[in-house]
Design a protein around this ligand. Structure first.
Ligand SMILES: O=C(O)CCC(=O)C(=O)O
Ligand SMILES: [Fe+2]
Length: 386
């Protein structure tokens, strides 16, 4: 019986990545990451998005270049107040510093839609990267129209939208003992949502579409707020950490992510086969393209693999916000991303169904892993695909 065994050159290894259609594998360098350059991951000044059309187009051109090349860039002058960020950051730390019993009041096990708290080792983003699961713990909450900064009439939510509302109140009920938690966290989330609606208009310009092209599909958008906490390590833990990661290699799912990270460092981005460090820059967010937007742009904008290490004595905190389209809207590859020579590669799909495909893969995979560990490991080491 023949069996394919991929040959990997020394200095490289095979990285397993989750996608909506099951695992894919990439050959990746094992060399330590190097610092990214300002050309590779540029800092884009957003001041111009509040200016005239000409200024908005200039920002759009910079976003287009970065989105085409690496799918990651920093934004400065983004308009989210330092006080808003600071209050959210303090609340996140208050939350994670609680005893486990208090955090479990909002355990993800209570959720139908991945809201709530997941403890350290609660996820394993890339099973081939590390034998152990991810060290981060995380708290997430999702879109609910009653908190939308664009006020909604709750009695007039379209019936086709209603089944796709993913926010759940238990997150706020189970944190009500933390003074001002809900207020400070939602203020941050609302600021991220407002900025994302503004940014998606610049993305439309970057894609040669009318500026309001996406307005119709961002009325009840995918808007996942998340706090990630990566605990610091003692020197001994660092020595024994082996291949452990804070958050394993993955791509984000929706259109784009706004990522606030504290000054610890630890974010890495995969460029070709090489890992780049994308360090924190004071006063900025990192923005990265997600899989759904990559699909809608016929792969013009790239959703890039990234991961996080926190091999330091200090705790690390990040506060990503994942922005997508209304989960009920079926979207096709964008007309400006199709030519006679380059027809649409993908079928229309809703952002909700797209995310669901990936979630399902994780569930199938977890199931396979618990049932037949050896079967699964053999398969993941002997299959070579895209
Ligand atoms: O913590 C970070 O810097 C990145 C987090 C991330 O990639 C994610 O939550 O998807
Ligand atoms: Fe991510």
């Amino acid at each position: 019986m023949s069996r394919t065994t991929a040959t990997i050159e020394p200095g490289f290894h095979k990285l397993e990545l989750r996608t909506a259609y099951g695992p894919v594998y990439r050959t990746v360098s094992t060399a330590p990451p190097r610092e990214c350059t300002a050309q590779e991951v540029p800092i884009i000044d957003l001041q111009g998005i509040y200016g005239d059309l000409d200024e908005r187009r200039k920002v759009a051109a910079q976003i287009k270049k970065a989105a085409n090349e690496i799918g990651f860039f920093y934004i400065k002058n983004h308009g989210i107040g330092e006080d808003v960020i600071d209050a959210a950051r303090r609340q996140a730390v208050n939350f994670f510093k609680q005893p486990m019993q208090a955090k479990e009041l909002v355990t993800r096990a209570k959720s139908k839609y991945f809201n709530g708290y997941s403890p350290p080792r609660g996820s394993h983003a890339s099973p081939s990267e590390s034998k152990a699961s991810d060290t981060r713990e995380t708290l997430g909450w999702r879109y609910a129209p009653e908190y939308d900064p664009e006020p909604k009439d709750l009695d007039a939510i379209p019936p086709e939208v209603q089944p796709y509302i993913r926010g759940e109140e238990f997150v706020w009920e189970g944190t009500a003992h933390l003074p001002d938690f809900k207020q400070d966290v939602l203020r941050y989330w609302q600021a991220c949502l407002t900025l994302s609606r503004r940014l998606v208009r610049v993305f439309a310009l970057a894609l040669d579409l009318a500026e309001d092209y996406f307005d119709r599909v961002t009325t009840y958008p995918g808007s996942d707020g998340v706090f990630n906490f990566y605990p610091g390590m003692t020197p001994e833990e660092i020595r024994n950490a082996g291949d452990e990661v804070g958050l394993g290699s993955h791509t984000d799912l929706q259109c784009f992510t706004l990522l606030w990270q504290d000054m610890s460092g630890g974010l890495q981005v995969l460029k070709g086969q090489e890992w780049l460090k994308v360090p924190p820059v004071e006063g900025t967010f990192v923005v990265n393209i997600g899989d759904y937007l990559m699909r809608l742009t016929n792969d013009r904008f790239v959703s890039t693999v990234h991961r996080v290490f926190n091999r330091s004595p200090h705790d690390r905190l990040s506060m990503p916000f994942f922005f997508g389209f209304n989960f009920n809207e079926t979207c096709s590859v964008l007309p400006t991303c199709i030519t006679d020579d380059n027809p649409a590669k993908y079928q229309p799909i809703t952002c909700g169904d797209w995310c669901q495909l990936r979630f399902k893969q994780s569930v199938i995979e977890r199931w396979a892993r618990t049932r037949t560990d050896t079967w699964f490991l053999e398969r993941s080491h002997s299959t070579d695909s895209a």
